[in-house]
Design a binder for this molecule. Structure first.
Ligand SMILES: Cc1cc2nc3c(=O)[nH]c(=O)nc-3n(C[C@H](O)[C@H](O)[C@H](O)COP(=O)(O)O)c2cc1C
Length: 172
């Protein structure tokens, strides 16, 4: 049972959630690769039983080059853009092989108006032929730069374990 977790992060919060999801998947018995979107390759995804993809919510949905730039004003200047993100990575992803499953997550602020990137991630995964095994899931940060809300890493670990259990039962 091979699980690949791909994440985008700017302040490290989505990486924390991705690694908690990966821990949960490992506890449920999977071989897990967790990788940032700038390093994730189609070969890593090829053959994975479960692909989990997540990123930060920017302007209610998936980030864009200019919104990523806003998270890094010191490094690249206020008008700068960053090209690597889950949106572009998903666009370039080859179609899923038969029976490949997937799930989508995001990080977001604690507001009813926060929106969520995971819905867009889930739509893109479905378009690529992945069978979604869970509803898109949001994990909460207290402020844009973090920290994560207390308990969110535990919730992510449990979510990763539950996804893995579901797919393991399905492939048996
Ligand atoms: C330009 C920008 C726009 C944002 N827009 C939203 C938003 O619409 N809704 C929301 O919940 N959070 C928003 N946030 C907060 C991010 O969700 C938060 O920074 C992210 O979850 C942190 O994850 P990261 O450390 O992995 O980047 C925004 C952050 C930035 C930098």
């Amino acid at each position: 049972m091979d699980v690949v977790v791909v994440y985008e992060t700017h302040y490290g919060q989505t990486r924390e959630i991705a690694s908690a999801i990966a821990d949960g998947a490992r506890e449920a018995g999977a071989d897990v690769t967790v990788v940032g979107v700038e390093d994730a390759t189609a070969q890593q995804v090829d053959g994975a039983d479960l692909l989990v993809v997540g990123g930060p919510t920017h302007m209610l949905g998936m980030s864009r080059p200019w919104s990523r730039g806003k998270a890094h004003p010191q490094e690249i200047g206020t008008g700068g853009e960053i090209d690597d993100g889950v949106r572009e990575w998903l666009e370039d992803l080859p179609a899923a092989g038969g029976g490949q499953r997937a799930a989508a997550f995001d990080t977001r602020l604690p507001s009813a108006l926060a929106g969520g990137a995971a819905h867009g991630v889930a739509r893109a995964l479905r378009r690529h032929g992945f069978e979604l095994v869970a509803d898109p899931e949001g994990f909460v940060v207290e402020e844009a730069e973090g920290p994560l809300r207390a308990g969110e890493e535990d919730r992510a670990r449990a979510w990763g374990a539950a996804l893995t259990g579901k797919v393991t039962a399905a492939v048996r």
